[in-house]
Design a protein around this ligand. Structure first.
Ligand SMILES: [Zn+2]
Length: 136
């Protein structure tokens, strides 16, 4: 009885702050290698989850891997060259860290605003922070 009371008190004293705990799950890219091309089959679903324009995300991969990429008929991303799912998943995570997650509150509820070609801002819908990010 005494123990239960203590336990109850301990739980009620846990911080109930609404700070984002970084549980945002980035989907794993489903990767298929055909010849000298690598295809991210679930590319459009990934872009839906992270709320980013597939064109922007495809640019990121093109820039980071220094290769031509294009988006296929079914929304898949087609990369020139052979890349492991491990590398692509890391790059995707890097994109999310830089262009999706708010550096102030660590939440994913953000919007990418392109003021012009050289000025991009990550605007957070939760804490209101506006963070400049490198344009793609
Ligand atoms: Zn924020």
């Amino acid at each position: 009885m005494g123990y239960e009371k203590l336990l109850e008190r301990a739980y009620s004293q846990l911080p109930g702050k609404a700070e984002y705990k970084g549980r945002f799950q980035v989907p794993e890219p489903k990767v298929l290698i055909i010849g000298d091309k690598t295809i991210i089959q679930n590319f459009s679903q990934i872009c839906d989850v992270i709320h980013r324009d597939p064109k922007i995300v495809s640019k990121w991969f093109a820039k980071e891997l220094a290769i031509p990429v294009h988006i296929g008929e079914k929304g898949e991303l087609i990369l020139t060259g052979r890349f492991s799912s491990r590398i692509l998943s890391k790059l995707l995570q890097k994109f999310v860290d830089q262009y999706v997650i708010c550096p102030t509150c660590k939440g994913p509820d953000t919007e990418l605003i392109r003021l012009d070609r050289r000025v991009w801002i990550l605007k957070c819908h939760v804490c209101g922070a506006e963070t400049p990010v490198p344009p793609l």
